[in-house]
Design a binder for this molecule. Sequence first.
Ligand code: PRP
Ligand code: MN
Ligand code: MG
Length: 182
Amino acid sequence: MESLHPDVDRLLLSQEEIADIVKRMGAEITRDYQGKDLVLIAVLRGAVVFMGDLMRAVECPLAIDFMAVSSYGDGAKSSGIVRIVKDLDIDIKGRDVLIVEDILDSGLTLRYLMKNLSSRHPASLEVAAFLLRDIEGKQAAIEPKYIGARCPEGFLVGYGLDFAERYRNLPYVGVLKPEVYS
Ligand code: PRP
Ligand code: MN
Ligand code: MG
């Protein structure tokens, strides 16, 4: 049993559970992308840890690239206006693109990215989300093709997920203690 960071209230996914999920997702992607021209695109910064694991769980040829986006507004992510901070280096026209995200919360980031990337005419465009927020009456507008796990309300940290840029390096996903962010 791994010891939790003192700011973490409870464990949501252990290292072992994460490894099983990634292995399963890698197998699904391997099955679906045989003979395709797969490009994994991770969204900086939260998705880097998942990307590193997922790409090694996929057993067909692939390329990787990264995008960085930022939301406008007063820190709230609900503005729906997303700006590209770092664009792709490679051309995705005619290629089979899979966006790799750590978490789909409101879905605003991903909705923008889907629209932006589809305008570049990839052969296909899908999403692999490690976590999908699953709250009654508050579902994201997008249902990813590949989903790691559904997660409840609460501020999640670890496995790439941050609060104020901290906790990304925790090897598990935990629920942050409310007193840390309130
Ligand atoms: C987080 C997370 C997703 C996005 C999900 O990124 O990594 O990219 O929010 O939220 P949404 O579905 O409501 O758009 P964040 O903007 O915190 O940047 P980060 O990846 O650098 O942490
Ligand atoms: Mn992110
Ligand atoms: Mg963040």
